[in-house]
Design a protein around this ligand. Sequence first.
Ligand code: BEZ
Length: 235
Amino acid sequence: MEEQVFAMPRIGEKAPEFKAVTTQGDINFPADYAGKWVILFSHPADFTPVCTSEFMTFAYMEDQFKELNCQLVGLSVDGLYSHIAWLRTIKEKIEFRGMKNIEVTFPLIEDITMNVARKYGMMMPGESNTKAVRAVFFIDPKGIIRTIIYYPLSLGRNFDELKRVLQGLQTADAFGIATPADWRPGDDVIISPAGSCGTAKDRMDGKEEGLDCKDWFFCTKKLPKEKVMDAILKK
Ligand code: BEZ
């Protein structure tokens, strides 16, 4: 039997285009979201417990993502009527970590043909032939893929981390810096190695104001939380 080839879009590439039917109407992706950040994420199947807990958490946090000019778009290889019935059941019956009566108002793509899931490398035959893995694509306002995270079927995602990734990408863009391990808004940021502005010697001699250099390649600077939030929160 011929082996199927699954495309894997990469960071820095244009998000593959597609048209799809969703629980919120038809979409033309990513054109419909030009000017916004998008988190496109797949889940393995409707009416499954881990996915249910994830959808409730994402829906609960949706306003926090909207404030960051970010649209959530979900996908699974189930059909539209399954999606609608599952989301209605979540709202009417499911309580999780104090969240209840949760209405999912972001679009959930039906992808029974697996057309989108295949385009985005969401099908991983080693994990399942019939279900998408838990993939997360961060797409910037110009339609470029900026971060990709994959989780297996058994592991629910950490939504604080997804928000932190979005804030980190937006902060790097706004200030031309990088963010160190476990960075959160308000923590010191990393200045890219000398060369782009000033020399390594200037830095080590303390000639570049506001920098704290431990060695020529490791310089940080303060970036107050208010400044970060002012730059990344949608006005
Ligand atoms: C779940 O969401 O609970 C789930 C889905 C597919 C396989 C295993 C768990």
